[in-house]
Each structure stands twice: as structure tokens, then as C-alpha cells.
Design a binder for this molecule. Sequence first.
Ligand code: ADP
Length: 382
Amino acid sequence: MGEVNLTDVRKEYEDVVAVEGMDLTINDGEFVTLVGPSGCGKSTTLETISGLTTPTSGTIEIADRDVTDKPPKDRNIAMVFQNIALFPHMTVYENISFGLRLRNFDQEEIDRRVENAVEIVQLEGMLDRSPDELSGGQQQRVGIARAIVREPDVFLMDEPLANLDAKLRVSMRTEIQRLQKELGITSVYVTHDQEEAMTMSDRIAIINDGELQQCSPPLECYNRPVNTFVAQFIGSPSMNMFDGSVDNETLDVTDFSVEFDAVDVPLQHNDPVTIGIRPEDIYLASDTDDIAHPSRPVTVTVDVLEPIGDQTYAYLLAGDDEETELLMSLDPDKDVSERDEIDVVFSRDDVHVFDGATGEAITHSLVDTAAVANDVAIEGEA
Ligand code: ADP
């Protein structure tokens, strides 16, 4: 069926290596999003799957066929782009059926497929309109219907929602997700927006500098990022990062330290480390009851408060010279003001530690898992 396999794909332009060592399998029926900063190689990767680009080396397989050197038309794929490029002088019906007519499908089959696609994207009653009589979202749906009628093995989408306004983008996101599940067609989706990737995908493939960093389900990327790049790219606002070192059973950074349970954490005295703490894993010391394993309190000064509604971003400064910055996600009902001195704690179950030299993840919790199991057992007894 529609499995996509990239094996050791490399794409080199004259003076840049756009993609390197890309090994990626997208399972039949799966929705995988390629995400990463601008210029990281997302579109190039997608283009090697679509056939718009031939890789410098490596192989591409679609539905168990090596298509590395095949043109797009021989790959049974359908693409949806940011710029939908509808034919302005054609009706919605003509736009959707254009590819089928070009391939000489008989009229009955064309009508069957168009009717089915139009129902899926909810454009019934609009077949006779011209594109300029449609809203941006409706035009995008025509683009998607045009892809659906191809009945492809694979959908390839390159930032299809980038031109839509924020509200429409969110509703189209849900719509694309719904119809992808309904149709069960293998889909590869490109976006630079980590939130879009998190909400839509079965798995997210995070790319940096042409290289795949991690390809995992969204929450796995969030909870267990393989390195500092993924840790900071996934999650908004970004994870706080501090360089430091191991001092027996504490992790020391410039202006505070966090203790860890030595049993499960493969850290040696003096190892250089980077500690990662998400804004949502920092709590007021007065709320330690909310977390199972709080760290020792750290005294900080509240620099700036940014209310965004359901939470407030608190920019904190730690240390005598107030040189260490932390961002905390705070409950807006808390009685905290700018310039207050407050004590905060970290949920040690959620503190990430990375190798200070390579950035590779070492652990995603500072708590001994045996101790956690014991806690649960004790709670169960009570
Ligand atoms: P993304 O989609 O993640 O923004 P791209 O895949 O478009 O990144 O680009 C990856 C790198 O390859 C960038 O440095 C870009 O400038 C370069 N690149 C992309 N297409 C071409 C091309 N046709 N010719 C030369 N360089 C290119």
C-alpha cells in the first residue's frame, strides 16, 4: 500500500547540502509532519518524495516500488501547496476534475470522484462558482479536493495553510486531520510551526540543518526530546536551558542547583551537562503539594509578567547579579507582581539533562524510577 521509505537520502545543491543521511519510514495510512526552522531541508525532503527533485544519493520507495528516478506523474502521489494555483477561468468543478480529464477518465468516473471529494471537503453546491467567488479557506478546500480525486497512495502537503488567517488555519488544521483519518491515505505534511505539527500528526519528524533529529509521536517529542535542539524546538514557550556540571548528587548551574537521585541517572561527578526545564514545570514554592518531587526552592526576582489569558508568563531572574533568566508559566490567579521576590521549585520528575558537550539527552527525570514505583505502591496501600 502507501508506505514511504527514504533510505540515506542526500541532496546537495552547488554550495549547500540541503538534506543528509535521511532515513525515514512513513507507514501506510500514517500522518507524518516534517518540521524545523526555515532552510532546514523540509521542502527538499518532500520534493524528493514527490519527484520534483532527484536526490544526489539514496533511495525513495513508495508503496514498495523504488521511485527514486521516476517523475512525479509515475509516483501516484497528490500534492497540496501553500499557493493553490487554481485556474481562474475554470469553475470549481473544472478545477477539481482537470487532472482526471487530462488522463482521459470517463465522465461517469470523473463525476463519481468529484462528488465524493466535494462531499469530504464540504464544498457541495459550489461546483459552478469560479475561484474568485470563494474565500481563502474554500479555495484551499478545492486544492485538497483536487488532490483527493486522484485517489493517490500518498498525500504531500507543503505548508498548505500558511496563507490563511490564524482562525481559519486552526479550523482547517482539524479538517485536514479529520479527512486524512477518514481517507486513511499516507500523508507527509511540511510546516515550520511546531504547534501545527504537534496538533495534527501521528509522528513528527524534526529536522535541523538537513539532518533528521527525531521522528516520534508528538508527546514523545515533548516529554523525551533526544537532544537540546528538539527540546527547544518543541513546546511553546521554549524550554529553559542552563549549562552546568555534576557535583555529586546535585546538578549545579551558575545560580542554583537541583538534586537528583543517583540510582538511575548515569551522571558522573564533574560531567558537563545542560539542564532543561519547561516553563510549565516550574511552580511557586508555596504550591509544592501540587508536585510529587519538588526541588529545593530557588529565590528569584519577578522581572516581567506577561498575561496571555489562561496563564501568565513570568520572566524571572536568579542569582545575586540577577544574571540567570528563567521563564515560568504561572497561574494568573496567583498574587505575584513585577519586582516581587519569590521562591520557586522545579518538578524533578520533569527536569531534562543533556550531555554538555554533544547535547544528547541523558535523562528526562531526576527521580529514581524505583522510588516512584514505591511511592505509587504506598499510595495504593493507603
Ligand atoms: P525548508 O523547506 O526547511 O525551509 P529547503 O528544503 O527549502 O528548506 O532548503 C534547504 C536548503 O537548501 C536551504 O539552504 C536552501 O537555500 C537550499 N536550497 C533549496 N532549494 C535550492 C535550489 N533549488 N538551489 C540551491 N539551493 C537550494
